[in-house]
Design a protein around this ligand. Structure first.
Ligand SMILES: [Zn+2]
Length: 466
């Protein structure tokens, strides 16, 4: 080989690495223009900003002109005239229950559970039901800007498969409860199912499989400890309802000599992997314990109002240093939808009215709860909750071109009190566009709607309802 030929071969070999170096400034997609509300530590807002995505990750965020000078991408999404936000995080729900939406409302929780929901679940819930309920919920949540949700139900592996198919991010907990559930009939079956489930989804980019001991009033100490130990063996999160009703608090004081939070602490459940839904009956000592143990709490204002459960002391929890997210709960019997923007609005107003103080919880705080604080409550703040370099590209575009969207003096107030879920136009999860200009791209919304109508007939017939 002559020297020149050798040089040519050498250059051919070097060529890919040269182009790889310039590719550092290349990307897959740029969301350009629009007001980028980052929710980063400084709460930076770029009036004319841009977000650069490579693979499933954000590689840059900044002023549009700076970004465009530095980055190129084969795909651009024009966000001019829109708000660009991190996707909303629904911190607590039971998505397959979409198919029980409105089955019977305006009754006590006890009647709702024992006369309607438990019989309806026993007669109707199977894997197929859970799949269709999850698809319907995915369509509803994506259309309202939710990119991550935390779920507690049965057949959670089927929930996980449908969630992944819809391209959504989920913290999905298989339920432990001290009575035969629709999927598993005993604690040993629940443990075996959950272990398989946790193993299967380890390392998945979207799905965080979890264990979900239902509550202290439906699980023995042994069930609570066994399910938590199993989750911890796999570094999986633990989802649980905590201090959600007065009766639970009264019974715990009587039976355990301490509050629900103090009981859970004593038996070794609380820790930085716990996501506690509700946290209504939590006094100052409880709040300190929750903060010290780094438990994430999820506030569900619609549910708490609809069931007349009580009001979580959200401002005090936040002041104590507890990460408080927002959830819809429900969607049946306690909401009945999956609209997290509505929860932002209600969280602020509920705190205000119960204290007769309009300063109790402000718009910025509830937007934090729906995004970065929701991520902290789910212990996922390294990956989601804000638009920052290195985080997952979960972001939403919200139209400002609607009568209810103008004029805009304050972005956070607009988000909390004026904009609606129906103003969400485009949604990306892990860099994948799952809704574009209100068109769902990963879920067959129409099929899910048709199936929900079919299920209504079946469920009503099973309960002898018209
Ligand atoms: Zn719940």
């Amino acid at each position: 080989m002559t020297f020149w030929r050798f040089l040519l071969v050498l250059l051919t070999f070097l060529a890919p690495s040269v182009s790889a170096q310039t590719a550092n400034d290349k990307s897959d997609l740029i969301v350009a223009g629009g007001t980028v509300v980052t929710m980063d530590g400084a709460r930076t807002i770029y009036d004319d900003g841009a977000v650069v995505v490579r693979g499933d990750t954000i590689v840059a965020v900044g002023p549009r002109t700076e970004i465009e000078a530095k980055y190129q991408a084969p795909q651009t999404i024009d966000a001019r005239g829109e708000l660009v936000l991190p996707g909303f995080i629904n911190g607590h729900t039971h998505v397959p229950m979409t198919l029980f939406r409105g089955i019977h409302d305006d009754v006590t929780l006890n009647d709702w559970l024992y006369k309607y929901i438990f019989p309806a679940e026993a007669k109707n819930v199977n894997e197929e039901f859970v799949r269709w309920g999850t698809r319907l919920a995915a369509a509803e949540q994506i259309r309202s800007g939710v990119t991550t949700f935390a779920d507690m139900y049965y057949f959670e592996d089927a929930v996980a498969e449908e969630t992944a198919a819809a391209g959504m991010r989920g913290v999905l907990g298989e339920t432990f409860i001290d009575f035969p559930a629709p999927d598993n009939k005993s604690e040993s079956e629940m443990l075996a199912y959950t272990e398989k489930f946790l193993k299967k989804w380890q390392g998945d980019p979207l799905i965080h499989a979890a264990a979900a001991p239902h509550s202290i009033y439906t699980c023995s100490q042994k069930t609570l400890q066994d399910s938590s130990a199993l989750a911890r063996k796999y570094n999986a999160p633990i989802l649980i309802h905590v201090a959600e009703m007065k009766k639970e608090w009264d019974d715990s004081e009587k039976q355990n000599g301490r509050s629900p939070v103090q009981y859970l602490n004593k038996i070794g459940i609380l820790g930085p992997d716990i996501v506690a839904a509700h946290c209504i009956f939590v006094d100052e000592t409880d709040r300190k314990i929750l903060a010290q143990a780094q438990v994430g709490c999820v506030h569900n204002p619609s549910s708490n109002m609809m069931l007349a459960s009580g009001v979580s002391p959200v401002p005090e929890l936040r002041a104590a240093g507890v990460a408080v997210g927002l959830g819809t709960d429900g969607p049946a019997g306690s909401n009945n939808d999956l609209d997290l923007m509505e929860e932002m609005d209600l969280a602020a107003k509920l705190a205000k009215i119960t204290r007769m103080n309009p300063l109790a919880l402000n718009a910025k705080a509830v937007v934090e709860m729906a995004t970065i604080d929701g991520a902290k409550a789910l212990h996922l703040e390294k990956d989601i909750g804000s638009l920052e370099k290195g985080k997952k590209a979960d972001l939403i575009l919200i139209s400002l071109d609607e009568p209810n969207a103008v004029p805009m003096y304050d972005i956070y107030a607009q988000l909390a009190y004026a904009l609606k879920a129906s103003d969400v136009e485009t949604v990306l999860i892990g860099g994948r566009v799952v809704m574009r200009d209100r068109k769902l791209l990963t879920v067959d919304g129409e099929a899910a709607i048709a199936k929900a109508r079919e299920y209504k007939k079946k469920v009503a017939a099973s309960l002898g309802m018209p």
